[in-house]
Ligand binder design. Structure first.
Ligand SMILES: CC(=O)SCCNC(=O)CCNC(=O)[C@H](O)C(C)(C)COP(=O)(O)OP(=O)(O)OC[C@H]1O[C@@H](n2cnc3c(N)ncnc32)[C@H](O)[C@@H]1OP(=O)(O)O
Ligand SMILES: CC(=O)C(=O)O
Length: 547
């Protein structure tokens, strides 16, 4: 079978920017465009030049892309003027990109209701706008807005809009499920009808995720002949999002029948960078990555149940649909009350702790994990705390410092401007190899001068002076903090999960459980610091007492 080329078109910087709460700066866009280019995306849509100052700025300082075609987005010309005299279109064309994508109406109702023009006038606007791009030497792409709904209402007219774009010289006509309500069988049937009329090598697909079917709809369109795929990183996009390229790309490369039939611009090495690109977007948006995202999520290859872990150790394919390494991800065998001995052994091996399968201490550790999970600890999320517990029970936990006591105070008062404010202070006393050190800290944000709360004050105090260990923890940062009340009434306890990081960019999670939220936080904090010291191979004062 001869292989065919599928083209990937990324609209993170345009449709992704239409997500509520997303507001890229021009610098953010440059960073994301570079990552997409490195990944092997064919077209990178940068935004709508002229629509807002950020997009205009971004196109002015457009990044030099190595292989992707940089694309500007706009709309077809308005009626009553020529394409050359339409000021909105002019700004789009003047951005000087190799390709230009214009959205145009293809649903007869929208033409008459939203644009208020005749159906023929709309066809002429599409044809002339596309021809104008081609006359300027640009690759022209036509985004056929509301195409599937339009087809259901009036297929002849929807198709006539595509024909008008093709007559104007469009390289691609892209079928858009703008409202995201079409289901895969309809997308497949309608796309097949289109590709029977216009060769699929000119047909693209743009789907929205309003029924959680954006990826399935995209694949249905490819099955029916579409050869350009529009989508976004992490499925960002208007309302519920667009088709997620982080799911589509590995599916095309690793799954039958796509891997046997198609080539895309992403190489095997590029595929390993997908997870990084996904996380880069989260970083830009200051969002926690979705742990359960297919292929790229931290839990995408996490095997919690004992039966799964036992078989995984014998052959990973027993519970994995692809090798995590191929998408730059890794297998995780978390510890939890679902775990058996196999989970435990695997997890210990990952942490560099070698134990014989028949070692009786394994049974004690397993029982301890299950008992502590019953109390509220969550070791499947807090791998670092699991490692510390295991080390303690197996007699290989280094002791660096010991907490003597801590104290936290919170005050609410009125400042000099008469505003109600809070102030948190903490004092921590630690012993390091016989030397007692006391540190105090208050928790004030240096920029906003706002109180950052008692846990932050404790963290600052604990990290302020650890004597000879101070140099090892200078780059330690707390990056996320989650609090959950477990149980109810007088039995309720607080669980705190803390994510920490350092200059390596790696993140580790720790957990604390107590009836007191500050104490639960302090436990998680102490585990985070001990983990950092172990990671840094800091010399221990001694080993913890076994068991
Ligand atoms: C399906 C999609 O997601 S397409 C992408 C949508 N993205 C955006 O809208 C974000 C960027 N848009 C904008 O910043 C603004 O809408 C602008 C700058 C483009 C236009 O702003 P304004 O001139 O103030 O118009 P406004 O946004 O109020 O309305 C859109 C106008 O475009 C017209 N229009 C809509 N689609 C088209 C089209 N395909 N071809 C021609 N005209 C169109 C509408 O009829 C309306 O005109 P009217 O005000 O005469 O009724
Ligand atoms: C063009 C586009 O974003 C849509 O129709 O959804």
């Amino acid at each position: 079978m001869t292989r065919e080329r599928l083209y990937l078109y990324d609209t993170t910087l345009r449709d992704g920017q239409q997500t509520q709460g997303v507001d890229f700066s021009a610098a953010d866009k440059v960073k994301i465009a570079r990552a997409l280019d490195a990944l092997g995306i064919d077209y990178i849509e940068g935004g709508w030049p002229g629509a807002n100052p950020t997009d205009s700025d971004f196109f002015r300082q457009a990044p030099k892309l190595k292989r992707a075609t940089f694309t500007a987005f706009g709309m077809t010309k308005r009626s009553g003027r020529s394409a050359a005299n339409d000021d909105v279109l002019a700004e789009v064309v003047n951005a000087g990109t190799g390709a230009v994508c214009l959205v145009g109406k293809t649903h007869d109702y929208h033409v008459e209701m939203a644009l208020g023009i005749s159906l023929d006038e709309n066809l002429a606007n599409i044809r002339e706008s596309v021809a104008h791009l081609v006359a300027q030497g640009r690759e022209a792409i036509f985004d056929a807005e509301h195409f599937f709904d339009g087809w259901k209402a009036n297929p002849d007219y929807a198709l006539a809009c595509l024909d008008a774009a093709m007559e104007g010289g469009a390289r691609w006509v892209v079928l858009c499920d703008t409202n995201g309500g079409t289901l895969p069988a309809d997308v497949g049937a309608i796309t097949a009808a289109v590709t029977a009329h216009i060769p699929g090598t000119h047909v693209g697909i743009h789907t929205h995720n309003d029924t959680e079917n954006a990826v399935a709809n995209t694949l249905a369109a490819v099955d029916a002949g579409a050869r350009q795929i529009q989508g976004t990183l992490n499925g960002l996009g208007e309302r519920c999002g667009n088709a997620n390229l982080c799911s589509i790309i590995p599916t095309l490369m690793l799954k039958s029948p796509y891997r046997e039939r198609f080539d895309i611009g992403v190489s095997e090495d590029g595929l390993k960078e997908l997870r990084r690109a996904s996380h880069l977007l989260d970083e830009v948006l200051n969002r926690q990555p979705d742990r359960h995202a297919p292929y790229v999520g931290a839990a995408a290859f996490a095997h919690k149940a004992g039966l799964h872990a036992s078989a995984i150790i014998k052959d990973p394919s027993t519970y994995e649909h692809v090798d995590p390494d191929m998408v730059g991800n890794q297998r995780v065998i978390p510890m939890s009350n679902q775990a058996g001995r196999s989970n435990l052994l695997r997890r210990l091996g990952d942490a560099g702790i070698e134990v014989d399968r028949d070692d009786p201490r394994l049974g004690h550790l397993l029982a301890a994990v299950k008992e502590r999970e019953d109390q509220g600890f969550a070791y499947d999320s807090a791998e670092a705390s699991f490692n510390l517990l295991a080390r303690r029970m197996l007699g290989c936990l280094p002791v660096f410092f010991e907490i003597d006591r801590y104290r936290v105070s919170i005050e609410r008062r009125y400042n000099a401007l008469g505003e109600r404010v809070t102030a948190s202070e903490a004092v921590v006393a630690v012993h390091v190899d016989g030397e007692r050190m006391i540190s105090a800290s208050e928790s004030i944000d240096p920029v906003t001068h706002q109180d950052q709360g008692p846990v932050n004050a404790l963290a600052l105090a604990l990290q302020k002076d650890l004597g000879r260990y101070q140099e090892y923890i200078d780059d330690l940062r707390l990056v996320d903090f989650k609090v959950r009340i477990i149980g109810a009434g007088t039995e309720a306890v607080t669980r705190v999960l803390l994510d920490s990081s350092d200059d390596t960019g790696e993140v580790w999670s720790t957990v604390g459980v107590s009836a007191n939220i500050v104490d639960a936080s302090f436990q998680a904090l102490e585990d985070a610091i001990v983990t950092k010291l172990i990671r840094m191979k800091a010399p221990a004062v001694r080993m913890a007492v076994h068991g």
